[in-house]
Design a protein around this ligand. Structure first.
Ligand code: B12
Length: 99
């Protein structure tokens, strides 16, 4: 399994590199409190490019637990707030991404 760290990218750059690299998972790390807005923009653009069904979206960062259900409704596979264990994240990806 390969990890590509995108650094600080805007929504268009995230989706473009995800398509170019043919990724299985997009992981968004958001500290700003704007997780609903950015996540929705990524989802909308993936849909517009016809690749939404090919990729799993994970969100992490400063995301309050009360926001988890809405993010899941939007199509996010799982959310990892502060204190999350890296091993849990790896396990989730291994379990849910079949290759
Ligand atoms: C370093 C840091 C930054 C760096 C980040 C550098 C980098 N390359 O990562 C910089 C300077 C860029 C930054 C920017 C900002 N930050 Co800042 N930052 C921090 C700081 C000091 C540490 C964060 C950190 O790395 N923690 C260690 C890691 C291991 O923990 P973590 O980030 O919570 O990540 C864990 C989980 O959340 C999860 N996770 C996180 N991301 C992801 C992604 C995926 C895909 C997955 C699966 C899991 C996952 O896994 C990690 C392990 O448990 C915190 C304060 C703190 N003590 O936490 C503030 C803090 C997070 N930042 C804050 C803010 C406000 C911002 C900015 C909005 C500031 C601004 N006005 O621009 C921006 C937003 C940037 C963004 N795009 O989201 C606030 C958030 C407040 C809030 N929303 O409630 C904090 C809490 C500081 C504060 N007390 O005010 N920040």
């Amino acid at each position: 399994m390969e990890l590509i760290f995108g650094g600080f990218q805007n929504v268009e750059q995230i989706v473009e590199s995800a398509i170019q690299e043919d990724v299985d998972v997009i992981g968004l790390s958001i500290h700003s409190g704007a997780h609903f807005a950015y996540t929705q923009q990524v989802i909308d653009l993936l849909k517009e490019r016809g690749v939404l069904d090919d990729v799993m979206i994970l969100v992490g960062g400063i995301v309050p637990a009360k926001d988890f259900p809405k993010l899941k409704e939007m199509g996010v596979a799982n959310i990892y707030g502060p204190g999350s264990m890296t091993s849990d994240i790896v396990e989730f990806i291994k379990t849910h991404v079949k290759k």
